[in-house]
Design a protein around this ligand. Structure first.
Ligand SMILES: *Cc1c(COP(=O)(O)O)cnc(C)c1O
Ligand code: SF4
Length: 467
């Protein structure tokens, strides 16, 4: 990168920031100003390729931006293990170069990243285990995740794919893409392909188009999703050329990754507007991070700013057990506390689902405060966000007609099959007790819930409770 150009444009200017920006009532409420003046005088600033070429990649370049960090030589060591890249645009959102600043925390390496206790892993979600062909994670039946590139414009310190993001900055090969298409064609149950990475929007438009074309060549794929942080860290990339290309492959959905209201700027809002105007529904996936957004009020402000930008908060992720991110992880209870705060205060449209992506590839599990206070066959006692406690009576059973159709058995056993009475137990296969039982003669392997006696018992309970 050409450090001097960035240096010149960003520092040594005491003019009040944003003085040339058009007044935006919403934007001031969002506190969009930054300590470093925006180099509106640099004509290249809005060129996304210039932003990528001029990313802060070394300790030297970082201290050109932030001279106060010169004594923190440990940063260089961390960046050797976990690559650093910060676009000049994203660096300009840092208001003070220390741990009190959320943008700083998310982008500047910290010594604690080298802390590596045993319970942390490079691949805590075991994505590599669920990869039937290189570059495709097939975990859930109906959807799969395609890793298009290992490159991002900014390397988030909290990245769950720290093991891949940024090491080589390479994109998927033609051979890999062909193998993925072959797999998708052989698995027509996959309806939803998530193009992720790295960040797929760092790729050249023509390259990305080849991937979209390949995925669209599979007739069973219904929707394509893109997972990208580009609207947040490199909004200049959302050009009309890009959105026109994406619109050819509809239905295309985009999930972006805003974590803090300081990231919602006139630039990022305009990028979201360009995507939305191309008919692309926008969602947001945040990660709950200590010192960044582990506050109910900050999350409320973020969610409000997102819906104003036509972005629907989709997930709030508990931080994964990923090596190098421990200093940003919060207790699970913090997320529950935030959800407790948001519900009732904020439009339902603006409330994300809080999820834990579980170790060992268990996938995403939604977590909520407990709203059910008690249950009997006839009544459920619920509490609302104010603490009001009410009873909700169950319907009185009168056998005039049955349930809606298509409640039949599904292919794979799961918790729903238990609650529907299609199976009676899911047991750990490795348990010693199970092994002892399996070794015995006349081993009982029947399904209690499907017994006729059981069904009639169930019926009588239901009609009793219906009074
Ligand atoms: C998160 C994820 C998905 C998508 O899950 P949704 O709940 O549908 O958003 C798909 N595959 C993998 C491997 C994932 O991690
Ligand atoms: S943009 Fe996404 S993949 Fe890239 S570093 Fe950030 S979290 Fe990781």
């Amino acid at each position: 990168m050409n450090g001097e150009v960035v240096n010149e444009t960003v520092k040594g200017n005491d003019e009040p920031p944003l003085s040339s920006e058009p007044p935006a009532a919403e934007a001031t409420a969002l506190s969009v100003s930054c300590a470093l003046p925006r180099p509106a005088q640099n004509p290249k600033w809005s060129d996304w390729r210039w932003q990528i070429r001029n990313r802060i990649r070394s300790f030297q370049e970082l201290t050109d931006f932030f001279p106060s960090l010169r004594s923190q030589t440990g940063i260089a060591k961390v960046a050797e293990k976990y690559p650093m890249a910060i676009t000049p645009y994203y660096a300009s959102l840092i208001r003070s170069a220390d741990l009190s600043d959320p943008i700083f925390l998310m982008s500047v390496p910290q010594g604690q990243e080298l802390f590596a206790p045993e319970f942390l892993h490079a691949d805590p979600l075991e994505e590599e285990e669920d990869m039937p062909v290189p570059g495709l994670v097939h975990r859930y039946r109906d959807r799969a995740l395609l890793m298009a590139t290992t490159m991002c414009s900014m390397y988030c310190r909290h990245c769950t794919r720290k093991r891949v993001a940024g090491y080589q900055e390479s994109s998927i090969s033609v051979q890999q893409l062909n193998d993925i298409v072959t797999y998708l064609k052989a698995h027509p149950e996959i309806k939803d392909v998530i193009i992720s990475g790295g960040d797929p929007l760092t790729m050249a438009t023509s390259l990305l188009e080849r991937i979209l074309m390949a995925v669209r060549s599979v007739p069973s794929v219904e929707i394509i999703r893109l997972g990208t942080r580009v609207p947040v860290v490199l909004p200049q990339r959302i050009t009309n050329e890009l959105t026109q290309m994406l619109a050819k492959y509809h239905p295309v959905w985009v999930n972006t990754h805003f974590n803090h209201p300081n990231e919602v700027t006139p630039e990022s809002q305009a990028a979201c507007a360009r995507l939305a105007n191309a008919g692309i529904p926008l969602g947001n996936q945040s990660v709950l991070l200590k010192g960044v957004n582990d506050s109910p009020q900050v999350m409320e402000e973020l969610c409000r700013a997102l819906v104003r930008s036509r972005v629907r908060p989709y997930y709030l992720f508990q931080c994964d057990l990923v090596r190098g991110v421990e200093h940003l992880r919060t207790p699970l209870s913090r997320g529950i506390e935030i959800m407790e705060y948001l519900r009732g205060r904020l439009s339902g449209l603006a409330i994300p689902t809080f999820v834990v992506d579980t170790p060992h590839g268990g996938g995403k599990i939604p977590i909520l405060p407990n709203y059910i206070v008690s249950m009997s066959p006839s009544h459920t006692v619920l509490r609302n966000y104010e603490g009001m406690i009410v009873n909700y009576p169950e319907p009185v059973v009168r056998e005039t007609h049955g349930r809606a159709n298509n409640c039949g058995k599904s292919h794979t056993p799961g918790v729903w099959e238990l609650s529907a009475g299609h199976s009676s137990v899911i047991a750990p296969s490795g348990a010693a007790r199970q092994k002892r039982r399996a070794g015995r003669k006349n081993h009982r392997a029947e399904d209690v819930a499907t017994h006729p006696e059981f069904s009639s018992l169930l019926q009588s309970i239901l009609s009793e409770s219906g009074g």
